[in-house]
Write a protein that binds this ligand. Structure first.
Ligand SMILES: O=P(O)(O)OC[C@H]1O[C@H](O[C@H]2O[C@H](CO)[C@@H](O)[C@H](O)[C@H]2O)[C@H](O)[C@@H](O)[C@@H]1O
Length: 360
């Protein structure tokens, strides 16, 4: 373990923290079930907060999915685009090349690691049920968690992402941060945090289940379409659907969503994600976890968030706006991002994690 001490809040401290959080940040309604805020009040507070539009945006997202499809990526890039690309790389350099700079920035602060799963720890594959991480990656994450508090922040359900990762010493934030649980195995830094448990959207469970069944029914005629139940949200997968049928599939999603104004859509990699319209996302999950670890108002902390997808941008923005820590986008192609650095793919993520371990 590191020589850096981490504040470990005891039970009383956690109650104080939860109350303080509830007073200062009403979007943090409970920590470990310590606050008795009624579900109705919670729902009111979170309702209509984070909506990014429903059906009307579906066609825009399909266009954006098409634009990022490999069939649209040109083999020869015109000069102006080359220039644009080099300027993008200048603004978002490789986190491996800039490793020492990142370490300098974090000097004297506690590094806390936040890792997205799909496309970050595991390669993108056609079948979402088979998105396994390699043994080497798992070992790298395990080593990392020996030295730094580490959280997995995923769009998957918490249980499913745990089944892929299988490390008890980590924090898990599933369903895009709507389902958070502390480690079940203790390390020096997380003693007392095993009780961390937070679910932001319990009242939506029956609705999500209903829409899941409906979406299964409505999409069964589209070959290759897949609907994944991520507990507090759903994914409608386009990856194995012929591009010619994308509009038809999107139309089915739009029609169902029209009947559920309390649900909204976000877009990921060849996926549309249906989720409650509440003010909660991966950025809020990051803030919540920092609070839980005792770093809510601290300047003594350096969160590093690594992710590859649009939904990770919420976390990158939190870091950018707070001027704390750093965001690292996993991408081979240029994208609009609030992250400061880039890594090309999961194998580079693995190297970066190994570098962090090696410096201890
Ligand atoms: O937040 P994440 O952990 O990145 O989860 C986002 C979505 O990831 C998964 O879908 C993506 O990966 C699949 C497996 O490689 C791929 O087939 C799919 O096209 C990608 O979008 C997951 O299946 C979704 O439920 C998550 O929402």
């Amino acid at each position: 373990m590191t020589n850096q001490n981490i504040a470990v809040p005891d039970v009383k401290a956690r109650i104080r923290m939860a109350i303080a959080m509830a007073i200062s940040k009403p979007e943090f309604p409970a920590l470990g079930g310590f606050l008795a805020i009624s579900q109705k009040k919670l729902l009111k507070r979170l309702e209509n907060g984070g909506g990014r539009g429903g059906g009307a945006k579906v066609s825009t997202w399909i266009d954006s999915m098409r634009a990022s499809s490999p069939t649209r990526i040109k083999s020869t890039i015109p000069i102006s685009e080359t220039q644009e690309k080099s300027s993008w790389i200048l603004h978002h350099p490789s986190a491996l090349n800039q490793f020492e700079k990142i370490i300098q920035e974090s000097k004297g602060k506690q590094i806390i690691m936040f890792l997205d799963y799909d496309g970050t720890l595991s390669p993108i594959v056609a079948d979402p049920e088979r998105a396994f991480m390699t043994k080497k990656m798992r070992a790298a994450v395990k080593d990392l968690a020996r030295h730094y508090p580490t959280a997995i922040v995923s769009g998957r359900s918490r249980n499913k992402v745990y089944k892929f990762v299988r490390l008890d010493e980590l924090y898990y934030a599933g369903s895009h941060g709507m389902d958070i649980k502390g480690p079940t195995k203790s390390h020096n830094y997380n003693k007392g945090n095993q009780g961390v448990f937070f679910q932001a959207a319990n009242e939506f469970l029956p609705m999500i289940d209903e829409v899941y069944k409906l979406m299964l029914e409505k999409t069964k005629s589209v070959p290759g379409a897949k609907v994944e139940n991520n507990k507090f949200c759903l994914s409608v997968h386009f990856r194995c659907v012929d591009e010619k049928s994308w509009d038809a599939l999107a139309e089915q999603v739009r029609l169902v969503l029209n009947e559920y104004p309390k649900l909204t859509l976000t877009q990921g990699r060849k996926v549309l994600e249906i989720r409650p319209t509440i003010k909660w996302d991966k950025g809020k999950a990051l803030e919540f976890l920092l609070e839980s670890l005792g770093y809510g108002n601290s300047t003594n902390v350096f969160p590093i968030y690594i992710g590859d997808d649009k939904t990770d941008e919420d976390a990158f923005k939190v870091l950018k706006n707070s001027g704390q820590g750093t965001g690292i986008l996993v991408s081979k192609v240029q994208k609009e991002t609030s992250a400061s650095y880039t890594l090309q793919d999961p194998s580079e993520v693995e190297k970066f994690l190994q570098h962090l371990v090696a410096r201890m």
